[in-house]
Every structure is written in structure tokens, then in C-alpha cells.
Design a protein around this ligand. Structure first.
Ligand SMILES: N[C@@H](CCC(=O)N[C@@H](CS)C(=O)NCC(=O)O)C(=O)O
Length: 240
């Protein structure tokens, strides 16, 4: 049984996609990031960066104490190693999967995240920031589209690299026209239709039925006003 500290966001979906694809048993522990639950002591003990997702594997492959993992890329890699699924043991194929997994973690995720912030959430609309991140997401879509021109998935076969990227391709929310990227569109449609992916996204209405709305002032303060002090303050509150 794997505990999944989860919220209904792209990084959360990566983990439920893997678990559904691999048929592993798991328990969802919702962390409502709009309410500040990412600052609770029990969660910070597992995820010191106060971000979802994180997991605790109570039956790790070495038979020892439970293993906790934070950072979605590390979680996908851990689970792929645990199960021997969705990453090849062949070194050449394996490295391709890792390249595209890290590409998502260092590029697509952060750039699309910043676009989401400046384009969708920020109350002050800053054209320079919006253009900068929209263009960067556009470039990254182009990179994926080219890569997918002569193979069905990013590393050839369906892998953790696709599971990392798929939840982050949200053209309507990212100022992009998917019709400009036909290979990416085909890839997106193929993954969207997978039964495990459909099941993974079924958590959203169950856990967060009101999702999609504009963030309240309180949520904005929790999510967008964080400094080092936020974690220190959370730790101090937990000790009281
Ligand atoms: N690099 C991290 C990013 C995780 C991340 O940004 N998670 C967001 C939700 S998608 C979060 O927990 N936000 C809470 C906050 O900003 O306080 C990962 O891939 O796990």
C-alpha cells in the first residue's frame, strides 16, 4: 500500500497516472494547497518543500522501513524502479526516458507554471511576464511536437516521461493552439483515452469538486505570498 499526498493539480496527476497504470494499491491523502495544508507538520515531515505530491511506500522493495519520496520526478523514477514498469532496463532507452523526464521537471513544468501564474492567477497583468512564459511554453510545445514526429511517445515506448509531461499540456490554459502541434495533439489524445489515465483524473471531482474557480484572496495569500518565513511560522505553530 502506498500513501499518496495529493492534490488535483498536474503534479498530483502524474503520480495517480503511474499508480493506475501499474495497478498498484494506494491511499489518497488530500492536501488542500489552497487551505494551506501543505504547511502541516505531518506533511512537511514527508515533503520538506511544502509541495505536493509526495508518497510513502509502506512495502518498499528492500523489505525495510517505509520509504518516503517527494518531487514528482523522483516519485515516478522510484515507482518505475520498484515495479520495473514504464522505464526500460536497456541503457540507451533508459537514458532517453530520463532526459524527457528531467526536461519536464526543469522546463515544461516550471515554465507552464509561471505562465499559469502570470497569465491566469496574477491580478496585475504584466505583459512582459505573460509574453515571456507564453513564448517559452510555445517553444517547449514545439520541441515535443518535433520529438513526436517519428515516434509514438517521448522515449519511444510509453514511459514515465509521458506521464510527467501529459498533465502539463493544457493548451487552453497556456495560451496555445494545439492545432499548431499535430504530433503533440495525437500524443495527447492517445494518452487521454488510456483507461488508467481516465481513472487517475476521476479523483478530481471526488477530492476537489469546486476546482477550476478563481482563487480567493485567502488562497492567493497562502499560495503566492510564501517566503522562508512561511515554513518557519508553520513549524512554530505546530509546536504550540
Ligand atoms: N517540482 C515539484 C513541484 C510541485 C508543485 O509545485 N506542487 C504544487 C501543486 S502542482 C504545490 O504543491 N503547490 C503548493 C504551494 O505552492 O504551496 C514536483 O514536481 O513535485
Amino acid at each position: 500500500m502506498i500513501d499518496v499526498y495529493y492534490w488535483t493539480t498536474p503534479n498530483g496527476h502524474k503520480v495517480t497516472i503511474f499508480l493506475e497504470e501499474a495497478g498498484l494499491e494506494y491511499k489518497i491523502i488530500p492536501i488542500n494547497i489552497g487551505k494551506g495544508e501543505q504547511f502541516k507538520a505531518e506533511f512537511l515531515a514527508v515533503s520538506p518543500n511544502n509541495r505536493i505530491p509526495a508518497i510513502v511506500d509502506r512495502a518498499p522493495p528492500d523489505g525495510g522501513e517505509p520509504i518516503s519520496v517527494f518531487e514528482s520526478g523522483a516519485i515516478l523514477f522510484y515507482l518505475a524502479n520498484k515495479t520495473g514498469k514504464f522505464i526500460s532496463t536497456d541503457i540507451r532507452k533508459r537514458v532517453e526516458t530520463l532526459e524527457w523526464l528531467f526536461w519536464q521537471m526543469g522546463g515544461l513544468g516550471p515554465m507552464a507554471g509561471q505562465y499559469n501564474h502570470f497569465g491566469n492567477y496574477a491580478q496585475e497583468k504584466l505583459p512582459y511576464a505573460i509574453d515571456r512564459y507564453r513564448n517559452e511554453v510555445n517553444r517547449l510545445y514545439g520541441v515535443m511536437n518535433k520529438r513526436l514526429a517519428d515516434r509514438p511517445f517521448l522515449a519511444g515506448e510509453y514511459s514515465i516521461a509521458d506521464m510527467a509531461c501529459y498533465p502539463w499540456v493544457l493548451p487552453e490554459r497556456q495560451g496555445q493552439n494545439i492545432a499548431d502541434f499535430p504530433n503533440l495533439k495525437r500524443w495527447q489524445e492517445t494518452i487521454k483515452a488510456r483507461p488508467a489515465v481516465i481513472k487517475a483524473y476521476e479523483w478530481t471531482p471526488k477530492i476537489n469538486p469546486g476546482q477550476g474557480g478563481i482563487r480567493t484572496a485567502e488562497e492567493r495569500a497562502i499560495l503566492f505570498g510564501q517566503t522562508a518565513q512561511s515554513v518557519t511560522a508553520a513549524a512554530a505553530t505546530a509546536q504550540q
